[in-house]
Structures are given as structure tokens and as C-alpha cells.
Design a protein around this ligand. Structure first.
Ligand code: HEC
Length: 106
């Protein structure tokens, strides 16, 4: 276990080196996670069918909020919220999800 953390950094560093120009946050990975974990409650696609509830904002509606930022969404997703389950997302998952949500911004 002692070596797990340096190992993780090494792997991430290698991935960064191998993908020149790649952003840290990956909206496509975020979309895949959203379809798996969020689509039960949220309409995750920009348009089209999905659950509709006044209590649960569609991702496109979240993106339209001019106050929404990647950091804000990512932090929200890693903070316990009353009406949303704690999905134990990793930092990377939450950043990818935030990048996906903001990619829906018109
Ligand atoms: C069990 C249903 C449920 C699931 C699953 C769920 N959410 Fe939510 N989510 C909610 C509800 C309800 C709210 C509104 C919370 C509130 O207003 O207090 C919300 C709010 C949010 C908000 C804040 C919206 C705003 O206006 O600030 C974001 C961002 C969000 N969800 C993203 C996600 C993501 C990403 C996932 C998947 C990883 C997810 N949610 C999974 C029910 C859910």
C-alpha cells in the first residue's frame, strides 16, 4: 500500500505525457458516467427524452446557468447533498462530469 500513491501519480503523469494537448477533464468520459449514474434522475442529453421533474434540473438547464463553473459543479458533485445520493465520485469523474455538463452550454 505504501507505494500506491506514488504509483498513481506515475500513471497519471504517464497518461499526461502520452496525450499531448489533452485536457485534464474529458467531457466524453463525463457523458458516459452521466448516462450510467445520473440519467435515472436527470435529463443528461442536450435534447430528447429523459426524466422530467421540477425538482431535478436537466443538465442542459444547469449549463445555461451563467453562474455555473466547472469548479463549482465538480465541488458540488463531491459534496453530500440532501436530495441527491452520494455517488462517491472521484475527482477526475466529477471534473469529467462538469466538463460534460458545461459542454451543453449553447
Ligand atoms: C436520485 C436522483 C439523482 C441522481 C441519481 C443524481 N442527481 Fe443530481 N440532483 C438531484 C436532485 C433532486 C437535485 C436538486 C438538488 C437540490 O436542489 O437540492 C440535483 C442537483 C444536481 C446538480 C445541481 C444543479 C444546480 O442547479 O445547481 C448537479 C450539478 C447535479 N445534480 C449533477 C448530477 C450528476 C453529475 C449526477 C450523476 C453522477 C447526478 N446529479 C445524479 C437528483 C439526482
Amino acid at each position: 500500500m505504501r507505494h500506491a500513491l506514488p504509483m498513481l501519480f506515475a500513471v497519471q503523469f504517464t497518461m499526461l505525457v502520452m496525450m499531448p494537448g489533452a485536457h485534464a477533464a474529458d467531457p466524453l468520459a463525463g457523458r458516459a458516467t452521466a448516462e450510467q449514474w445520473c440519467a435515472n434522475c436527470h435529463r443528461v442529453a442536450a435534447t430528447g427524452p429523459g426524466p422530467v421533474s421540477d425538482a431535478v434540473p436537466a443538465f442542459a438547464a444547469i449549463a445555461r446557468n451563467p453562474a455555473a463553473t466547472a469548479a463549482g459543479i465538480s465541488t458540488f458533485l463531491r459534496t453530500p447533498h440532501a436530495r441527491m445520493p452520494d455517488l462517491s465520485l472521484t475527482l477526475r469523474q466529477s471534473e469529467d462530469l462538469a466538463a460534460y455538463i458545461l459542454s451543453l452550454r449553447p
